[in-house]
Design a protein around this ligand. Structure first.
Ligand SMILES: Nc1ncnc2c1ncn2[C@@H]1O[C@H](COP(=O)(O)OP(=O)(O)OP(=O)(O)O)[C@@H](O)[C@H]1O
Length: 276
């Protein structure tokens, strides 16, 4: 094959791992239809740390849910490795913000084993090996037999990350996984995620509304407009990390994104005011 059929017709040399094309997502409630995103396009390539950034309510979590297969687009399509996403699958593992995403009646190791065993992706022996390997990578091997309620918020998030990664997904979906942590733990978790990435080069789609977190963690950042979310810009952030966050380049990018989001919010207010 010469190349992959990319977004809306063109042919690319490297096929995207995730192709989100013209995706409009809606919630239908009894009273109304809520359009969460409108004709959103983006592509994620292998080993990208791709960030969805935008104001509250712009549809970041909804996009992640749709990539996860929990919600179908009303128009457009979402493909993973060329196949249209129709349902959840072990190739897309989610890590959420909430600390209660672990099964409370299972120990740490049992939580990590659970999706590997129920999906039959790995034999019991392989699953145990992988569970211990990834638990070790997040520095929690000595807590393998602890129950979730005995762990701190940061430790629970590490277990959730280990559980997601142990499945060997094509893409890890992270919905503001560090937002509920205190500042120091958040910093540590960001550093650990980057260290893990240095080692494993996994592909991650990460939702945040922190500009700073987006620049530090992301290789590419998709900036979304306020509700309903539309693509405002896609920005390269390969060159930035914790180490250079006081540099002029980092600050300039931070300001640029801030202005972009702020301008969108201001124009939204104007539209709403004019509409009254
Ligand atoms: N289950 C639902 N039913 C109806 N509307 C919903 C539902 N979930 C989300 N929405 C609406 O869809 C829009 C997008 O919500 P979403 O949670 O995806 O935004 P977000 O960018 O992730 O926001 P935040 O940063 O606050 O988490 C919002 O207007 C929200 O009110």
């Amino acid at each position: 094959m010469d190349g992959a059929q990319g977004k809306c017709g063109e042919v690319e040399d490297i096929p995207p791992l995730l192709n989100v094309c013209g995706t409009t997502l809606q919630y239908k409630t009894k009273k109304q239809i809520v359009t969460a995103t409108y004709q959103v396009d983006f592509k994620v390539f292998p080993a990208d740390r791709f960030i969805l950034l935008g104001p509250s309510g712009c549809g970041k979590s909804t996009l992640l849910k749709a990539v996860g297969g929990f919600l179908s687009p009303v128009s457009g399509r979402i493909e993973v490795n060329g196949a249209v996403v129709e349902r959840p699958g072990p190739d897309r593992m989610m890590v959420f913000q909430e600390f209660d995403q672990l099964l409370p009646w299972k120990t740490v190791i049992e939580n990590i084993l659970f999706p590997m065993i129920t999906s039959h992706k790995y034999s019991p022996v392989e699953a145990l090996e992988r569970a211990e390997l990834f638990l070790n990578k997040v520095n929690l091997l000595k807590f393998r037999d602890a129950y979730p309620h005995t762990l701190s918020g940061g430790m629970k998030q590490r277990v959730a990350i280990a559980r997601g990664m142990a499945m060997g997904p094509a893409i890890l979906l992270m919905d503001e996984p560090f937002a509920a942590l205190d500042a120091l733990t958040r910093l540590k978790m960001q550093q650990e995620l980057l260290q893990l990435w240095d080692e494993l080069h996994f592909t991650v789609l990460f939702v945040t509304h922190s500009i700073q977190e987006a620049i530090i963690l992301g290789t590419r950042i998709l900036v979304l407009s306020p509700h309903p979310g539309q693509v405002r810009a896609e920005i390269n952030a390969h060159d930035f990390s914790h180490e250079n966050q006081t540099s002029d380049g980092f600050k300039e990018l931070q300001q640029r994104i801030h202005d972009m989001l702020f301008a969108e919010e201001a124009s939204q207010v104007e539209v709403e005011a004019n509409g009254k």
